[in-house]
Design a protein around this ligand. Structure first.
Ligand code: HEC
Length: 165
Protein backbone atom coordinates (compact mmCIF):
# COMPACT_ATOMS: atom_id res chain seq x y z
CA UNK A 1 0.00 0.00 0.00
CA UNK A 2 1.29 3.45 -0.88
CA UNK A 3 1.31 6.06 1.84
CA UNK A 4 -0.39 9.10 0.33
CA UNK A 5 2.01 12.01 -0.12
CA UNK A 6 -0.38 14.32 1.67
CA UNK A 7 -0.04 12.22 4.84
CA UNK A 8 3.73 12.51 4.73
CA UNK A 9 3.46 16.27 4.22
CA UNK A 10 1.08 16.58 7.18
CA UNK A 11 3.39 14.58 9.42
CA UNK A 12 6.34 16.73 8.46
CA UNK A 13 4.36 19.88 9.28
CA UNK A 14 3.32 18.49 12.64
CA UNK A 15 6.94 17.67 13.46
CA UNK A 16 8.06 21.15 12.45
CA UNK A 17 5.34 22.78 14.50
CA UNK A 18 6.47 20.79 17.55
CA UNK A 19 10.01 22.00 17.01
CA UNK A 20 9.04 25.63 16.65
CA UNK A 21 7.11 25.39 19.93
CA UNK A 22 10.38 24.76 21.73
CA UNK A 23 10.58 27.48 24.36
CA UNK A 24 12.61 28.49 27.38
CA UNK A 25 11.22 25.67 29.53
CA UNK A 26 11.98 22.79 27.15
CA UNK A 27 13.93 20.13 29.00
CA UNK A 28 13.40 21.71 32.43
CA UNK A 29 11.92 19.66 35.28
CA UNK A 30 8.60 20.56 36.89
CA UNK A 31 8.77 22.75 40.01
CA UNK A 32 8.60 20.84 43.30
CA UNK A 33 5.23 20.43 44.99
CA UNK A 34 5.00 21.30 48.70
CA UNK A 35 5.12 17.55 49.53
CA UNK A 36 8.23 17.14 47.41
CA UNK A 37 9.94 20.04 49.22
CA UNK A 38 9.40 18.19 52.51
CA UNK A 39 10.74 14.97 50.95
CA UNK A 40 13.73 16.84 49.52
CA UNK A 41 14.80 18.26 52.89
CA UNK A 42 14.24 14.89 54.58
CA UNK A 43 16.59 13.26 52.05
CA UNK A 44 19.45 15.76 52.46
CA UNK A 45 22.47 15.16 54.69
CA UNK A 46 23.43 17.65 57.40
CA UNK A 47 23.84 20.60 57.53
CA UNK A 48 21.16 20.90 54.83
CA UNK A 49 18.84 18.44 56.56
CA UNK A 50 18.09 20.98 59.28
CA UNK A 51 17.91 24.00 56.98
CA UNK A 52 15.47 26.77 57.72
CA UNK A 53 13.63 27.42 54.45
CA UNK A 54 11.99 30.59 55.74
CA UNK A 55 15.40 32.07 56.50
CA UNK A 56 16.66 30.95 53.08
CA UNK A 57 13.71 32.66 51.43
CA UNK A 58 14.26 35.86 53.34
CA UNK A 59 17.97 35.88 52.37
CA UNK A 60 17.06 35.30 48.72
CA UNK A 61 14.39 38.00 48.72
CA UNK A 62 16.62 40.46 50.52
CA UNK A 63 19.84 39.90 48.56
CA UNK A 64 19.41 37.97 45.31
CA UNK A 65 15.90 38.67 44.03
CA UNK A 66 16.73 42.07 42.59
CA UNK A 67 19.07 40.35 40.10
CA UNK A 68 17.74 36.77 39.77
CA UNK A 69 14.37 35.15 39.06
CA UNK A 70 13.80 31.55 40.22
CA UNK A 71 10.61 30.55 38.41
CA UNK A 72 10.59 27.94 35.65
CA UNK A 73 10.86 29.92 32.42
CA UNK A 74 11.51 33.14 34.37
CA UNK A 75 13.34 36.03 32.74
CA UNK A 76 17.04 36.74 32.95
CA UNK A 77 17.47 39.98 34.90
CA UNK A 78 20.85 41.52 35.75
CA UNK A 79 21.76 37.90 36.53
CA UNK A 80 20.53 34.72 34.80
CA UNK A 81 17.30 32.94 35.74
CA UNK A 82 18.25 30.21 38.24
CA UNK A 83 15.61 27.51 37.62
CA UNK A 84 17.41 24.20 37.07
CA UNK A 85 20.71 25.59 38.39
CA UNK A 86 21.67 22.39 40.27
CA UNK A 87 23.56 20.15 37.90
CA UNK A 88 23.69 22.86 35.25
CA UNK A 89 27.09 23.74 33.91
CA UNK A 90 28.17 27.21 35.09
CA UNK A 91 27.67 29.94 32.54
CA UNK A 92 25.27 28.09 30.25
CA UNK A 93 21.82 29.67 30.72
CA UNK A 94 20.55 30.53 27.22
CA UNK A 95 20.41 34.17 26.17
CA UNK A 96 22.54 35.41 29.05
CA UNK A 97 25.85 37.07 28.45
CA UNK A 98 28.31 35.84 31.10
CA UNK A 99 31.77 37.00 32.05
CA UNK A 100 34.59 34.80 30.77
CA UNK A 101 35.26 33.79 34.38
CA UNK A 102 31.87 32.12 34.76
CA UNK A 103 31.57 30.95 31.17
CA UNK A 104 34.86 29.06 31.45
CA UNK A 105 34.45 27.89 35.04
CA UNK A 106 34.09 24.31 33.79
CA UNK A 107 32.02 22.83 36.62
CA UNK A 108 28.34 22.08 37.18
CA UNK A 109 26.66 23.82 40.12
CA UNK A 110 26.14 21.80 43.28
CA UNK A 111 25.93 22.68 46.97
CA UNK A 112 29.69 22.62 47.40
CA UNK A 113 30.41 25.05 44.55
CA UNK A 114 27.58 27.30 45.73
CA UNK A 115 29.15 27.45 49.21
CA UNK A 116 32.31 28.93 47.72
CA UNK A 117 30.48 31.15 45.27
CA UNK A 118 28.04 32.61 47.77
CA UNK A 119 30.70 33.18 50.43
CA UNK A 120 32.68 35.38 48.04
CA UNK A 121 31.86 35.37 44.31
CA UNK A 122 34.77 37.55 43.34
CA UNK A 123 37.39 35.44 45.07
CA UNK A 124 35.75 32.16 44.01
CA UNK A 125 35.71 33.09 40.30
CA UNK A 126 38.02 36.04 39.72
CA UNK A 127 36.65 38.38 37.05
CA UNK A 128 32.96 37.60 37.62
CA UNK A 129 30.55 40.44 36.97
CA UNK A 130 28.23 39.42 39.78
CA UNK A 131 28.58 42.40 42.06
CA UNK A 132 27.79 40.89 45.40
CA UNK A 133 30.32 40.90 48.21
CA UNK A 134 29.34 37.57 49.74
CA UNK A 135 27.21 35.96 52.42
CA UNK A 136 29.61 35.34 55.29
CA UNK A 137 27.30 33.55 57.71
CA UNK A 138 27.50 29.79 57.12
CA UNK A 139 24.03 29.02 58.48
CA UNK A 140 22.52 31.64 56.13
CA UNK A 141 24.36 30.07 53.18
CA UNK A 142 23.11 26.59 54.08
CA UNK A 143 19.53 27.83 54.39
CA UNK A 144 19.77 29.77 51.13
CA UNK A 145 21.18 26.78 49.23
CA UNK A 146 18.33 24.52 50.36
CA UNK A 147 15.82 27.24 49.50
CA UNK A 148 17.38 27.43 46.02
CA UNK A 149 17.12 23.64 45.64
CA UNK A 150 13.47 23.67 46.65
CA UNK A 151 12.54 26.48 44.25
CA UNK A 152 14.51 25.45 41.17
CA UNK A 153 13.23 21.93 40.47
CA UNK A 154 16.03 19.99 42.18
CA UNK A 155 15.29 16.40 43.18
CA UNK A 156 17.66 14.06 45.01
CA UNK A 157 17.82 10.37 44.06
CA UNK A 158 17.03 9.53 47.68
CA UNK A 159 13.83 11.54 47.76
CA UNK A 160 10.92 9.31 48.69
CA UNK A 161 8.08 9.83 46.24
CA UNK A 162 5.40 11.92 47.89
CA UNK A 163 2.09 10.25 48.72
CA UNK A 164 -0.50 10.57 45.98
CA UNK A 165 -2.91 13.43 46.69
C1 HEC B 1 23.77 42.88 41.57
C2 HEC B 1 23.16 41.74 40.92
C3 HEC B 1 23.33 40.37 41.53
C4 HEC B 1 23.08 39.96 42.84
C5 HEC B 1 22.67 40.82 44.02
C6 HEC B 1 23.27 38.53 42.85
N1 HEC B 1 23.65 38.08 41.61
FE1 HEC B 1 24.04 36.17 41.08
N2 HEC B 1 24.66 36.78 39.28
C7 HEC B 1 24.63 38.09 38.80
C8 HEC B 1 25.31 38.15 37.53
C9 HEC B 1 25.51 39.40 36.68
C10 HEC B 1 25.75 36.84 37.24
C11 HEC B 1 26.60 36.39 36.05
C12 HEC B 1 28.05 36.53 36.54
C13 HEC B 1 29.12 36.44 35.47
O1 HEC B 1 28.82 36.13 34.31
O2 HEC B 1 30.28 36.70 35.84
C14 HEC B 1 25.32 36.00 38.35
C15 HEC B 1 25.54 34.63 38.43
C16 HEC B 1 25.03 33.80 39.42
C17 HEC B 1 25.12 32.36 39.43
C18 HEC B 1 25.76 31.49 38.35
C19 HEC B 1 24.70 31.23 37.29
C20 HEC B 1 25.10 30.35 36.13
O3 HEC B 1 24.23 30.18 35.24
O4 HEC B 1 26.20 29.82 36.09
C21 HEC B 1 24.52 31.93 40.57
C22 HEC B 1 24.34 30.51 41.03
C23 HEC B 1 24.07 33.12 41.29
N3 HEC B 1 24.41 34.22 40.55
C24 HEC B 1 23.40 33.09 42.50
C25 HEC B 1 23.12 34.24 43.25
C26 HEC B 1 22.55 34.21 44.57
C27 HEC B 1 22.09 32.96 45.30
C28 HEC B 1 22.51 35.51 45.01
C29 HEC B 1 22.08 36.03 46.36
C30 HEC B 1 22.95 35.69 47.46
C31 HEC B 1 23.00 36.35 43.92
N4 HEC B 1 23.36 35.53 42.89
C32 HEC B 1 23.08 37.72 43.97
C33 HEC B 1 24.06 39.16 39.44
C34 HEC B 1 23.70 39.19 40.78
Amino acid sequence: MRVPLIAIALLACAALAACSKKDETTGLPEPLTEAEKVALIASLPEPYHSADLANGASKFNGICKSCHSLARGGKNLTGPNLFGIFGRKAGTKAKFSYSEAVEHAGFAWDAEHLQGWLAGPRTFLKGTKMSFSGLKNEKDRNDLIVYLMSETGYRTPGMASPPAP
